[in-house]
Ligand binder design. Structure first.
Ligand SMILES: Cc1cc2nc3c(=O)[nH]c(=O)nc-3n(C[C@H](O)[C@H](O)[C@H](O)COP(=O)(O)OP(=O)(O)OC[C@H]3O[C@@H](n4cnc5c(N)ncnc54)[C@H](O)[C@@H]3O)c2cc1C
Length: 389
């Protein structure tokens, strides 16, 4: 079995590296770290101008017809270079969903600016009382002529402070079983009645609580059928998993190996000479490799014309859990200084291990918690009985 991505992907990978050498500056990475906002407009517009936001799409939609393996190579390079990718990751989920289920008018109106890097989208699913049980959403949308009036609250609306539209899950019929009374909208985040409040997480990410009070949106911004929102969500959630093959753990591993090779202990030996250091780094490398291959499997399925479902959950669960364990091991490996944060003069590995340690915990929550991924794998992958209703 040949695990390489092929000559075409290698050539594209080189193009991406060249692009990053020209367009990615250290201050962009620092700003994303300091603000917790994983998005940089200047870089994003350059990606858009390059035609790479959805480079796998056909040319008529603004893509370049690249295959899923080329896309994997591109995303690998973005991740290894430390590019803030949340804006890209979220927007491509919504753009792909619009392309799959939106009207022609919606494709015209939203996809052109999205692929040019002029706008990004937020995801408005989670509410204070419903996260894992996302179909229990209470945010109400009530029809009023050609418009809808929306009232409610969403929690963790990441990048709402940068996005033009939020892809909002609403309840349009409270009198039917919960999955049957949902409808999706694209809601302009500058509409009267929308409020955005920052939420700073332990992992360093800034996200938001968003409030909707008598927000009016035209029916033309409804995505999918009235009360057919769950079908739309099913498409969108599939696109959410299996996006990026590499994670922050891959970048931090490279930095940790570099640190171990040059750091001298008081007895004159290098950190890498310590078998415990080597064992930890080796374990993490193996875990990262497994995560990468699980993601490549998703790319393979996409290349074969399928949609990764359970396979996406396997990748998400593996990287989140192994990143959590490995980050903890790396903190131990560094000793007391392991908890010194990025930006502090004494921080080993430039503080990125400490950051990974905090960030890892968050990855077990967003995009569906580890418990939810386990349920999906158990039920849809292994055919075990349902654990949720
Ligand atoms: C940094 C960050 C960014 C996020 N960004 C977004 C975003 O942009 N848009 C958005 O809509 N949401 C976003 N989320 C929300 C995220 O998707 C939810 O937090 C997640 O789905 C869990 O929901 P919850 O927080 O309500 O926890 P709950 O669902 O209340 O879960 C609490 C605990 O119970 C467990 N649990 C729940 N149900 C089950 C079950 N059936 N079986 C076993 N265990 C269960 C969970 O695994 C968890 O451990 C973000 C979250 C974070 C932390």
């Amino acid at each position: 079995m040949d695990f390489r991505l092929g000559a075409k992907s290698d050539a594209f990978r080189e193009e991406v590296r060249e692009f990053l050498r020209e367009h990615l500056r250290p201050d962009m990475i620092e700003r994303a770290h300091d603000s917790g906002t994983s998005h940089d407009w200047e870089l994003y517009r350059s990606l858009g101008a390059q035609g790479w936001i959805a480079a796998s799409w056909p040319e008529e939609y603004g893509g370049q017809g690249r295959d899923p393996f080329e896309m994997t190579a591109m995303r690998d390079e973005l991740r290894l270079a430390g590019v803030p990718t949340d804006g890209l990751g979220q927007s491509i989920i919504v753009a792909r969903t619009i392309r799959a289920v939106g009207t022609e008018a919606q494709k015209q109106a939203f996809l052109t600016p999205a692929l040019a890097g002029e706008i990004i989208f937020g995801l408005g699913y989670t509410e204070p009382d419903s996260g894992s049980d996302v179909a229990a959403a209470k945010t109400r949308a009530v029809r009023d002529g050609d418009e809808w009036v929306i009232n409610g609250q969403k929690m963790f609306t990441t990048l709402a402070h940068e996005a033009a539209f939020v892809f909002l899950l609403t309840r349009t019929n409270p009198d039917v079983p919960k999955h049957q009374g949902l409808t999706m909208f694209l809601v302009p985040l500058d509409a009267p009645g929308v409020e955005i409040h920052p939420v700073h997480t332990m992992g360093g990410e800034r996200t938001n609580a968003t409030f909707y009070t008598d927000v009016r949106v035209p029916d033309a911004y409804r995505v999918g059928e009235v009360d057919g929102g769950w079908d739309v969500m099913t498409v969108a959630l599939t696109f959410e998993r299996g996006g990026f093959a590499l994670t922050e753990a891959d970048r931090v591993w490279e930095q940790a190996v570099e640190w171990a090779g040059r750091t001298r202990r008081p007895d004159g030996t290098r950190a890498i000479d310590d078998p415990l250091v080597r064992e930890r780094l080796a374990t993490m490398r193996i875990d990262n490799e497994v995560a990468r291959l699980l993601a490549y499997r998703c790319s393979y399925l996409a290349a074969a014309g399928g949609l990764p479902g359970v396979e996406g959950s396997m990748h998400k669960l593996w990287y989140a859990e192994s990143m959590t364990a490995d980050a903890s091991e790396l903190v131990d490996m560094l000793g007391a200084e392991g908890v010194v944060a990025h930006g502090e003069a004494e921080a080993p590995v430039d503080g990125w291990v400490e950051h990974l340690y905090r960030h890892a915990a968050v990855t077990t929550i967003y995009g569906g918690t580890s418990e939810v991924q386990r349920s999906i794998i158990a039920e849809r992958g292994l055919g075990l009985p349902r654990s949720r209703r």
